[in-house]
Design a protein around this ligand. Structure first.
Ligand code: SF4
Length: 470
């Protein structure tokens, strides 16, 4: 991390997982997932967890036992004052504390703790960027499935967590951090309520902030500059973050520039087929899109927003998506941005009042976008798998699926992320691979079809079941 003026910025790098890329021929090690002899379920063991409905007596007992639970936790960790719900022993002692919280209806406290271990609330399950390296294989919106969480369900979840937090007191942390997206771009997040009112990402951030949750991340790969709706939304976002009281309501402001965006990738493909005129047009589209994004975000340079740059490339010269390709786009984008600033100076003077402003703004962007020689690569997972040769992939998809199932069978769930789908269903995620569980929140949209994740294990359900039911 470096500090520029008052702005902090990050360039995400060194995410390459060398353990996953070897020279061995992975096909020799291929294991057939379909031969896996599992009972196709695995059981979460919540010994003693009483199933709902709870009585007033259960609630009173649970309330009484909170201090007991904290005292026990303090004995184990004397220097700690705050404990994550998920990490506490004997949670069943406070089973019933959730009585009457609608979103948790039907769930035991152990199940709630399991779900709320750093959950990712999937506000939006679609992305139109179609990046060819997308680990999550995100696809555009579809009319056939529920793509977005309803605003009512999001409010009910956040209110529910907040209410539970109030009931247990400040020493027990119900949800340490709440993710807000996964296979999506924040510029596309828009939730609707039952009256058709639309809520964008700012509204979601405000809701989280009003309940004192830690600020979420913002990621974008830009938007079509011709889309009035997105342009207005971006300007609204800038206006919002410019206010000192709002600039820290997001933890990180990430802009993504890479040769894998579908528009630029198409340009590269056309070039390789000698269709140079069309390729040039496509490349210009991508460059304009990015220059417009940077121009629009210019005022944020003078705030204490924490910038991040998501830039990706494949090391070496074998791939056309290499550092050179990344560097070439960066230069073109900066050139196009310089033109935008010059036009602004001689025209509207929206941001640029004099020529030193141009240098100041360009310098900032050059430093955060091009200020590193070590550009990051990425794992050959999700759509990115097709960008690597077999010999470069140590763990092919089917092997990774089996490894996850084995991990689940051994109760090795600690590092798997919890995903909350727009219908309230809970999934577990490991890199690009997901598994459904039988847990679900009591959402109004419960039971509605949500599109499956591309690398979702379908033959296996991770099942939560109390010890008595076994
Ligand atoms: S990498 Fe991000 S922006 Fe690109 S398709 Fe996937 S979710 Fe969308």
């Amino acid at each position: 991390m470096e500090i520029i003026n008052n702005n902090k910025y990050y360039v995400f790098n060194s995410y390459i997982r060398k353990d996953k890329i070897t020279n061995q021929n992975s096909k020799n090690n291929f294991l057939n997932f379909k031969n896996y002899s599992s009972t196709n379920t695995s059981y979460l063991s919540f010994k003693g967890s009483q199933k709902v409905p709870f009585t007033d007596e259960d609630y009173k007992n649970a309330k009484k036992n909170i201090q007991l639970l904290i005292q026990e936790a303090k004995k184990k960790k004397p220097n700690h004052s705050y404990f994550n719900l998920y990490d506490l022993d004997n949670l069943e002692r406070i089973n019933g504390i959730q009585k009457g919280i609608k979103v948790f209806d039907g769930l035991t406290i152990n199940e709630i703790a399991f779900i709320l271990k750093s959950p990712k609330v999937l506000l939006n399950r679609c992305c139109s960027n179609n990046c060819i390296h997308c680990a999550y294989m995100a696809t555009p919106s579809s009319n056939k499935t529920l793509d977005k969480m309803s605003y009512e369900d999001f409010v009910s979840l956040i209110d529910g967590i907040s209410e539970l937090q109030n009931r247990v007191g400040e020493n027990i942390i119900i949800a340490d951090s709440i993710g807000t997206f996964y296979d999506s771009d924040c510029m596309e997040i828009e939730l609707k309520d039952r009256n058709g009112n639309v809520y964008d990402y700012i509204d979601c951030i405000e809701l989280l902030n009003s309940k004192k949750f830690s600020p979420p991340i913002f990621d974008t790969s830009g938007w079509n500059p011709k889309s009035e709706k997105h342009q207005k939304r971006a300007e609204k976002f800038v206006e919002y973050l410019q206010k000192p009281q709002n600039s820290r309501k997001i933890s990180q402001f990430n802009i993504s520039i890479n040769p894998f965006h579908i528009i630029f990738a198409k340009a590269m493909e056309l070039k390789s087929k000698f269709r140079f005129i069309k390729a040039k047009k496509m490349e210009e589209n991508y460059v304009d899109r990015m220059a417009n994004m940077l121009f629009t975000f210019t005022p944020l340079q003078d705030t204490d927003v924490q910038w991040g740059v998501l830039a990706r490339a494949i090391p070496g010269n074998k791939s056309k998506y290499n550092y050179n390709a990344l560097y070439r786009i960066q230069i073109k984008i900066i050139d196009a941005l310089a033109k935008r600033y010059k036009q602004d100076l001689i025209g509207e003077r929206k941001f640029v009042k004099n020529s030193s402003d141009i240098n100041k703004y360009l310098d900032f962007y050059k430093r955060i976008i091009m200020g590193t020689e070590e550009y990051p690569s990425f794992d050959p997972i999700g759509r990115a798998e097709s960008l690597f040769t077999d010999s470069e992939i140590e763990n092919p998809l089917e092997e990774r699926k089996q490894a996850m199932i084995k991990g689940l069978d051994n109760g090795n769930i600690k590092y798997y992320a919890r995903l909350i789908n727009p219908n309230g269903k809970i999934l577990l995620l490991n890199d690009d691979i997901s598994v459904t569980t039988d847990l679900e929140l009591n959402f109004e949209n419960k039971g509605k079809a949500v599109k499956p994740f591309a690398n979702q294990i379908t033959e296996y359900i991770y099942t939560a079941q109390s010890e008595e039911d076994k």
